[in-house]
Ligand binder design. Structure first.
Ligand code: ATP
Length: 517
């Protein structure tokens, strides 16, 4: 197993062991690609939501929030194009009976070529040492240039086939490249066909097609159909945005990689309504703004842009912000210039005028839209991947003395402060520890824990990312102070119980993260 695979395995195991994420319906052997958040998971997830919401709504003058229903009138999805075009290309292997996404098989093939390029680069780096110029090498080494041309050619053919909805061409590409089933090596493929990703269900009081409802595959449509309601009730002037966080559902053909690709997940989306003609500027603005936001939590080299080759039916420009997950760079957030596609489509299908009267130019028009859309669960996974570290215990020279610590920003940490009585059977210590707990818990997310030795308790708090551990000991009974241990430095200091709130609250405040501290 590669080091990266091992790291990912550890991360998944850590999420379960410390109550972050469980497989859904585990007692029935689980339901594929559906997960439940445990006690620490839900706290972290709520903090991530709050960070996004505060950045996108509270800190913005012209963005407001809504919370629209998951069920929407079925015509919504006809108008939005999802009934006809929200498809992935499906292919079955006749021997293994396994189902794949045809585009992912082709991407997997290209990833293998990319690995050959990476290998050549590593070799050359060793050979040339400090003199190595990677960009020059990539553009001049004949073997590497050829590999890159192969990738570009294949990806272009795939994008053309997908854009033209030409599934025959996609199948031909798979056959020409000799792509085999990763499970058993068979090349005995069915034709490629489009598979709609929307789940559907039925209204109780209407039978047949009329009563067919969809579980929303994106939260965006709830924003579009409420555009006029929100604009009129908040008297917003263009440009302005509407944000929302909510569940979305997609019947993914292949759902792997833990919470990266789920069938039920949460999105945090913002639709920014603008004057037609200004979309390029706003697209660039949000592209840059969102990348900067991610840099607040992750190193810049773990983030990159990836322009879409194959634009969705509603977009005139689209870029992904990719994060380096333990299994490689993958999409974390999408920024899409959605033109006036959605509002115009709802205007046409509903027969209602969905337009904005511009008081400056004295004209009415359908606004254009730039969307930012991020998966909350992917953000959770990225946050955990960055935070989980195995490090030498600070202050000790022994390289074998390591600890697992979740270095979350204190504002995101599920528990801010753990109250640990040094003796659980000393009544006076327990009473004091409980009184500290009761004093803090109204304003700080605290945990009281007396279920092990102090060493074990510290280790458990490190593993869930608790920034402060407070120990109550015999001295506390005399001096009314507790020992405060800092998660990262392990420095311990005595702090008066009366001053605890004033010490802890400012450092776990979300404002720090919002202000880049
Ligand atoms: P992908 O190419 O990975 O399937 P997408 O381009 O279909 O993603 P969008 O439709 O742009 O995704 O959705 C916006 C965001 O929602 C994505 O950037 C991602 O963070 C999240 N997302 C999409 N599908 C899933 C899923 N199945 N599970 C978890 N998050 C998802």
């Amino acid at each position: 197993m590669s080091q990266q695979d091992q790291k990912f395995k550890n991360l998944v195991a850590h999420c379960k062991e410390y109550g972050f994420i469980y497989q859904s319906s585990e007692v029935y052997d689980g339901l594929a690609a559906v997960y439940d958040y445990g006690p620490n998971g839900v706290l972290l997830k709520n903090n991530i939501k709050s960070y996004w919401w505060k950045s996108m709504v509270q800190m913005q003058e012209n963005i407001v929030g809504i919370d629209s229903a998951i069920f929407m009138h079925p015509k919504t999805w006809k108008a939005s194009g999802h009934v006809d075009a929200f498809n992935d290309p499906l292919i079955d292997n006749k021997d293994s009976k396994k189902r794949y996404r045809a585009d992912q098989l082709v991407e997997g093939y290209c990833e293998k070529i990319q690995k050959k390029i990476d290998k050549e680069v590593t070799k050359a780096q060793k050979r040339f040492g400090d003199d190595f110029d990677k960009d020059q090498y990539l553009s001049t080494n004949p073997r590497v240039v050829k590999y890159q041309e192969d990738i570009d050619g294949i990806m272009k053919r795939m994008a053309d086939a997908m854009t033209a909805d030409n599934m025959v061409a996609l199948k031909e590409l798979i056959e020409e490249l000799g792509i085999a089933d990763p499970e058993n090596g068979s090349k005995n493929w069915t034709d490629v066909r489009q598979f709609n990703l929307m789940f559907n269900t039925q209204l109780g009081n209407i039978s047949g097609e009329e009563g067919k409802l969809y579980l929303r595959p994106e939260t965006a449509q709830g924003i579009f159909v409420n555009f006029l309601n929100v604009q009129k009730t908040t008297r917003q002037k263009l440009p302005f945005g509407i944000a929302q966080i909510g569940k979305a559902f997609r019947n993914e053909i292949v759902a792997r990689q833990f919470i990266f690709r789920m069938r039920e997940f949460e999105q945090m989306e913002m639709q920014f309504f603008i004057k037609p003609g200004t979309q390029k500027d706003w697209y660039d603005y949000w592209k840059k703004t969102r990348l900067e936001w991610h840099k607040g939590l992750h190193d810049a080299e773990k983030l990159r842009y990836h322009d879409h080759d194959n634009l969705a039916h509603y977009a005139d420009a689209a870029v992904d912000i990719e994060f380096q997950f333990p299994f490689g760079f993958r999409e974390l957030e999408g920024i899409h210039s959605r033109t006036d596609f959605d509002l115009s489509a709802h205007q046409e299908v509903s027969g209602r005028k969905i337009q904005y009267f511009d008081p400056k130019s004295n004209e009415s028009y359908v606004p254009y839209v730039v969307e930012t859309s991020i998966g909350l669960d992917r953000m959770f996974l990225a946050t955990m991947a960055t935070a989980l570290q195995t490090e030498m215990v600070p202050g000790q020279d022994d390289p074998n003395n390591t600890r697992e610590v979740l270095k979350l920003h204190p504002a995101l940490a599920p528990i801010k402060c753990a109250i640990l009585p040094l003796k659980k059977n000393d009544e006076r210590i327990v009473a004091l520890a409980k009184s500290v707990f009761n004093k803090l818990r109204g304003s700080i997310q605290c945990m009281y824990d007396d279920t092990g030795s102090i060493g074990k308790l510290y280790r458990r708090q490190d593993a869930i990312g608790t920034p402060y551990c407070l120990t109550i000991d015999f001295d506390s009974l005399e001096d009314n102070c507790v020992t405060v241990r800092d998660r990262d430095s392990l420095v311990q200091e005595r702090v008066s119980i009366d001053e605890l709130k004033a010490k802890i609250l400012p450092s776990v405040d979300m404002g720090n993260l919002l202000e880049g501290k």
